[in-house]
Design a protein around this ligand. Structure first.
Ligand code: FMN
Length: 394
């Protein structure tokens, strides 16, 4: 049985009430229904230690890099549980790297180069390493083949208790393997029909992710999506994602029927996060209106900080987006060049609308503590409002 973290959440509650412990918390042996998605190992460790569950976004790591990250995490977490997230899309152009590269039109490559030239972005030095936001090297993340290699690495770690897939239902053999190893499997859903497909495919829980979220995101907002998904997949547990950065939003998510929350953007501006200083500064300064849903990263709509780069992809001369994984292959080097050039206008980063709520650099533990305190205050405020014995207006 994993250790349960003992983050105190009593001090704001005169009656000494603790945070709600939902069924999924019990199954995982975690104290708080707070799941932290991050590509950064320090965030994963900090949130798992604070009583939630850190989930490492593995997309973009090579198997060797992932092994290094998981060694580091396991050394620090001991028996505390953590999770891994991969991206195995339902629909993906198939082929060898060379064949896929040949499918990228020359006109697209030339246009990307024209935009970079306009801003004086230098080519990469010969020995450049990856890392714009977890994206690395020449590997094409997101192929089922690479994800299987990543999972084979991850399965060696006994602390791994959760596996989540984005952009599709995890394949049946992977689900079976996870279940055999006692790992709970989840999948992200932006629509009710995605959630129903995940349930039919055998997942243990669904992450209902709304429009306001960072990263790949659909059209339906969290407030509207979560109760529909909860009803559609009952009795499967649902985690609410998108737009959640504080305790009031956690209370709202649980009120909508979710068993917990899955947050990504709120960790980006923490000292534990490995986001480079320039995009981090831009994230700290940004308001909720400064994000945009763009297909620039992968060809599928994803929310990110708006910048001159995302604007260029909306301009009249833009040749348009390519399908998965060609768009990612087209821009991979450009994104690395932009990150390395530290160009203030072009710099961007995937993030959700909660970016407007994250205006100071607080560490993960303080954020979790703040979430707990605000949750307790909120629930008590709501409970007190029920007790007020006021005459009902005629
Ligand atoms: C920088 C960034 C990268 C992301 N990459 C992934 C990913 O690789 N896999 C995934 O399942 N979700 C990814 N997401 C989405 C998160 O898992 C999560 O659903 C989302 O951040 C929740 O909404 P929030 O950003 O409002 O907290 C990413 C989000 C961000 C902000």
């Amino acid at each position: 049985m994993p250790k349960v973290a003992t983050l105190s959440c009593r001090h704001n509650s005169p009656k000494g009430k603790t945070f709600v412990k939902t069924e999924i918390c019990r199954r995982l042996g975690i104290a708080l229904p707070i799941f932290a998605f991050s590509h950064c190992r320090d965030v994963v460790v900090a949130v798992s230690k604070a009583g939630g569950l850190g989930v490492l976004g593995a997309a973009g790591f090579t198997p060797e890099q992932l092994r290094r990250e998981l060694d580091w995490i396991s050394e620090r977490l001991g028996d505390f549980p953590f999770g891994i997230d991969v991206i195995m899309p339902k629909k993906l152009e198939q082929g060898e790297v060379g064949d896929l590269q040949a499918m990228i039109p020359e006109g697209h490559k030339a246009w990307v180069e024209t935009v970079l030239k306009r801003y004086g972005i230098a080519p990469l030095p010969a020995n450049a390493e990856g890392g714009a936001y977890g994206i690395s090297g020449e590997q094409i993340g997101w192929t089922h083949d690479l994800c299987r290699q990543l999972l084979d690495v991850a399965f060696a770690y006994p602390g791994l208790k959760v596996m989540v897939n984005a952009l599709g239902t995890p394949p049946a053999d992977i689900l079976e393997e996870c279940h055999r190893r006692g790992i709970l499997v989840g999948a992200l859903a932006g629509k009710v029909k995605h959630a129903q497909a995940h349930k039919a495919g055998g997942v243990d829980f669904v992450v209902a992710q709304g429009h306001e979220a960072g990263g790949h995101t659909g059209e339906i907002t969290t407030m509207v999506l979560v109760p529909q998904v909860v009803d559609a997949v009952a009795p499967l547990p649902v985690l609410a994602a998108g737009g959640i950065a504080g305790g009031r939003q956690i209370a709202a998510a649980l009120a909508l029927g979710a068993q917990g929350v899955w947050c990504g953007s709120v960790w980006l501006t923490t000292p534990e996060s490995d986001v480079e200083p320039l995009p981090k500064q831009k994230l700290l300064a940004a308001g909720s209106g400064d994000t945009v849903r763009s297909r620039v990263i992968s060809g599928k709509p994803a929310r990110m900080l708006r910048s001159a780069w995302t604007d260029a992809w909306e301009a009249k001369d833009c040749p348009g987006f390519l399908p998965l994984p060609l768009q990612g292959m087209l821009v991979q080097e450009a994104h690395l060049r932009i990150a390395k050039a530290r160009h203030p206008d072009l710099a961007f980063y995937p993030c959700g609308q909660t970016v407007g709520l994250c205006n100071d650099e607080r560490d993960c533990r303080s954020i979790v503590r703040g979430m707990v305190e605000e949750y307790v205050e909120t629930v008590e405020r709501l409970a007190a409002s029920m007790n007020e014995d006021e005459a009902t207006p005629a």
